[in-house]
Design a protein around this ligand. Structure first.
Ligand code: AMP
Length: 459
């Protein structure tokens, strides 16, 4: 157990302590209290944590301090942070700049989807810290704009997401380009076998830190469920957003087209909104996010992928216009509000065809989401479906449930935690031969035929 209670217990050097104070942080979050002392000692780290836990400061503060202490600016990349999405990369870079503002260290961020010219120029200036997404990093490495030979600190962020997005080979290629002697930090929200294997390859005698924010986050958030007919969702959203108590809302749509449609309707209803999803250019995504952050847009409509890891202060409400088809996403989505100890509200719309999703979500979070029946668009029909017991799953839901079951079984088999499969009954004597199998099969057929002929049979 760590006995760190205040930032002053962490022995941060003055310029960093001042920067932290300016951000208004007084008490380190659990991950900061556990990671910072170990990282200052130079240990490798395996952190099971996701965004919203204060993870960025947990690695950025000690890395900045170690860099500052180990010498002057050398105009070469000494710290490399790799993260799967462009938004996360931009945020981490901003954090390094914020926490390191009193130091003479420089940071640069590179990611795809935008021209590489400005990035080339920034790299020529020789930054101390480079934050990158894998694709653009490898591109610029192969064009010789980047040399990783002097990296002393390597941080792999959101490793599980990196693997999900198919970046495993890119990560391996980057690892091959790094010097053997370095301090390595590995963060992942989950630790499936492939991720654990990668961590094992990357780390030497790491300290292990686990913070499970999911239930904590879910507990602090005031969650509400609203049953509504599909065709009324738009009107319900507009009605809610006319309430000025919703200062800054993130609205989630299951599809990119849906996100565009919701955004268009909001703008028509005079509600300042922008959309962010995978079909938008990186510049459009950056602009929309910036407008949301600086208050020009009160509402940002997003899909799950685009919103992953978005860290905007003061999101007062998350509104699930559509329920997510993966229950885990519900926790990620609502975790965009109530960050760093603040309160937040999550409102979820649920139409008749989303009951299966709702059931899976409630199973995952182990609680019923409190229902609001008093809004003008409440659909009795949908709510009756819920009270009459578990509603049937749609074919798509059935299919995704079966896939999840198969994946779980594969995982259990890999980890050796699977229960043995139920055995089929064997014939009474001896091993089954081809013939006996055939006979059994035809016996079955004959039995069925007999039953068909005589309706009394088998009664
Ligand atoms: P992260 O998990 O790094 O994305 O951080 C989530 C949010 O928590 C960011 O907005 C940080 O500015 C904020 N934060 C990080 N550490 C602290 C702290 N010790 N006290 C208050 N807020 C914090």
């Amino acid at each position: 157990m760590s006995n760190v209670k205040m930032f002053s217990d962490l022995h941060l050097i003055k310029p960093i302590a001042i920067a932290v104070g300016k951000e208004g942080y007084k008490i380190p979050t659990p991950i900061q209290a556990q990671c910072i002392p170990q990282l200052l000692k130079g240990r490798d780290l395996l952190g099971c944590a996701q965004t919203g836990t204060g993870k960025t400061a947990a690695f950025a503060l000690p890395v900045l301090q170690n860099m500052q202490k180990s010498g002057a600016r050398k105009r070469r990349i000494r710290t490399l942070v790799m993260t799967p999405t462009r938004e996360l990369a931009a945020q981490i870079h901003e954090s390094f700049q914020t926490y390191g503002r009193g130091l003479r260290l420089t940071s640069t961020v590179i990611f795809g989807g935008v021209s590489q010219k400005a990035q080339e120029r920034a790299l020529r200036r020789g930054p101390d810290i480079l934050v990158a997404t894998p694709g653009r990093l490898l591109d610029l490495m192969s064009q010789k704009f980047i040399n990783l030979k002097h990296v002393e600190y390597f941080i792999l962020d959101e490793a599980d997401r990196m693997l999900d997005m198919g970046f495993i080979h890119d990560v391996r290629r980057v690892l091959d380009a790094l010097p053997e002697k370095r301090q390595s930090l590995f963060f992942s929200a989950t630790m499936p076998p492939a991720v654990a294997k990668l961590a094992d390859r990357m780390l030497t005698d790491p300290v292990r830190v686990d913070v499970a924010p999911k239930t904590m986050t879910a507990d602090r958030i005031d969650q509400t469920l609203m049953f509504v007919d599909k065709g009324d969702k738009r009107k319900l959203l507009e009605m809610l957003l006319h309430d000025t108590a919703i200062r800054r809302a993130l609205v989630f749509s299951r599809t990119k087209h849906g996100a565009d449609r919701i955004c268009r309707d909001l703008v028509r209803a005079d509600i300042a909104a922008g959309a962010i999803h995978g079909n938008k250019s990186q510049n459009a995504r950056t602009r929309a996010l910036a407008a949301f952050k600086n208050g020009k847009f009160r509402v940002l409509v997003a899909t799950d992928i685009a919103a992953r890891g978005i860290d905007v202060d003061g999101v007062s409400h998350v509104i699930n216009f559509d329920l997510p088809n993966e229950s885990e996403s519900y926790v990620h989505r609502i975790g965009r509000t109530a960050r760093a100890g603040k309160a937040g509200k999550a409102i979820s719309f649920c139409a008749g065809d989303e009951m299966g999703y709702l059931r899976e979500i409630q199973k995952l979070i182990k609680r019923q989401i409190p229902l609001d029946r008093d809004h003008s668009f409440h659909s009795e029909q949908a709510s009756r479906g819920m009270e009459n017991g578990a509603p049937a799953l749609s074919p798509a839901q059935k299919q995704s449930k079966a896939r999840a079951g198969q994946a779980r079984r594969r995982k259990e088999l890999k980890e050796g935690t699977a229960r043995p499969a139920r055995r089929r009954r064997r014939p009474q004597s001896g091993a089954k031969t081809q013939e006996s199998r055939g006979a059994a099969a035809s016996g079955g057929k004959n039995r069925r035929r007999r039953r068909r002929r005589s309706p009394q049979a088998g009664k």
